[in-house]
Design a protein around this ligand. Structure first.
Ligand code: AHG
Ligand code: MN
Ligand code: MN
Length: 355
């Protein structure tokens, strides 16, 4: 039977019917969509909106905040505060989680988010996005920071908005990954990309190659082989992309495949990666896995990590299944000493220079 256009609300009502928790989750995702529309309107104004540029502040990670980082954060906080469905929030832009309804039990969810991802791209008019993750308040109620430190596999919902030529929302509630495009004139998100799938094979990778000298050997091996192309072990040529907006990279991978790497590197030995586990890696890992791809640190599944801190950083490798599996194998071989490249006599010679 012809169903007509499927709005986000209609879709969520259909996907999440049943328990009161499911109904509330649908309502929460509709609230998030309203917030995304507000941020889309701000970003679309560009330099005309007086929302561009930096402000004189840094966040807990020591990053200079853009005005739009702060305004998007306020938009999310207001959405969750007024919606009555969320008990506490954790944001990239807030040092500590914020309690929204301390103790009254009305909100059954915790929301974690990166209000504006890729914000170095705002002033140059390149796509940015927002990333969100929804967790259940643990049974027995709120106790504090610990409530948030749930592994990614516990997420009830996750997704992102991309503010590009079109604004889109892509989300999962654990029943596939689905994409909605904002019909700006009408103000509705319309289901345009049902059941998104990441092709298992790809010839496209994304990595910030300026960090090459800081990468671990298995990542250097992988990228070198891709670059060596058709006459080397891979037997085909690869293409490379780097947008510096994780949202835009993940979106491209959902649309046509690919692999994204922000691996562990030795640039700052105190930081095991650039991206944050709770509001970047876990939600994107969930979205990618639900579309048939994989999300890994190179040594473990992202969604199986036990978080230790809200702003914890983690190596991130995600996308097409065959490539992520290969990169995991290279880490494994390196760790086991079975990587030919690094167990050969040449390796020992090289290692003289490495220390
Ligand atoms: P954010 O703007 O939320 O701090 O995140 C930016 C992230 C991610 O989107 C992107 O992949 C990466 O940082 C870019 O890092 P480089 O500046 O090293 O390219
Ligand atoms: Mn980010
Ligand atoms: Mn951000």
């Amino acid at each position: 039977m012809h169903q007509g256009r499927t709005t986000l609300s209609k879709f969520l009502i259909q996907q999440l019917k049943g328990s009161p928790e499911q109904n509330d989750l649908a309502a929460l995702l509709v609230d998030i969509a309203a917030c995304v529309k507000a941020i889309a309107a701000m970003t679309a104004k560009g330099a005309l909106g007086a929302t561009h540029g930096e402000i004189d502040s840094t966040n807990v990670q020591g990053e200079t905040q853009k005005k739009l980082d702060v305004l998007s954060n306020v938009a999310f906080i207001n959405t969750f505060s007024m919606g009555g469905l969320v008990s506490g929030i954790a944001s990239e832009e807030n040092d500590e989680p914020l309690d929204i309804d301390p103790g009254d039990g009305s909100g059954r969810f915790l929301a974690l988010f990166d209000p504006l991802d890729g914000s170095s791209n705002i002033d140059v008019n390149v796509s940015v996005g927002s990333i969100f993750s929804v967790l259940r308040v643990p049974e027995g109620g709120r106790t504090g920071l610990r409530d948030y430190l749930q592994p990614g596999r516990s997420q009830l919902a996750a997704g992102y908005a991309i503010y590009g030529p079109a604004t889109m929302m892509v989300l999962t509630v654990g029943k596939g990954t689905h994409g909605f495009t904002l019909d700006r004139e009408v103000g509705n998100f319309i289901l345009t990309h049902p059941d998104m799938t990441v092709p298992a094979a790809t010839s496209e990778f994304a990595i910030n190659a300026s960090n090459e000298r800081f990468w671990e050997p298995p990542v250097q091996r992988y990228v070198n082989e891709c670059k060596a192309g058709r006459n080397d072990v891979r037997g085909r040529d690869f293409n490379m992309r780097w947008i510096a907006s994780m949202v835009a990279e993940v979106h491209r991978i959902l649309m046509r495949g690919g692999v994204f790497l922000y691996p562990r590197d030795m640039k700052d030995p105190g930081m095991p990666g650039r991206l944050r586990l709770m509001y970047e890696a876990c939600p994107m890992g969930f979205v990618i896995e639900q579309a048939g791809g994989l999300g890994s640190t190179g040594r473990a599944r992202l969604l199986d990590l036990d978080p230790e801190a809200i702003h914890q950083r983690v190596p991130v490798i995600l996308g097409s299944r065959e490539e992520v599996e290969r990169i995991e194998r290279y880490h494994h071989e390196y760790d086991n000493g079975t990587d030919q490249q690094y167990t050969s006599p040449l390796f020992h010679e090289r290692s003289l220079f490495a220390s």
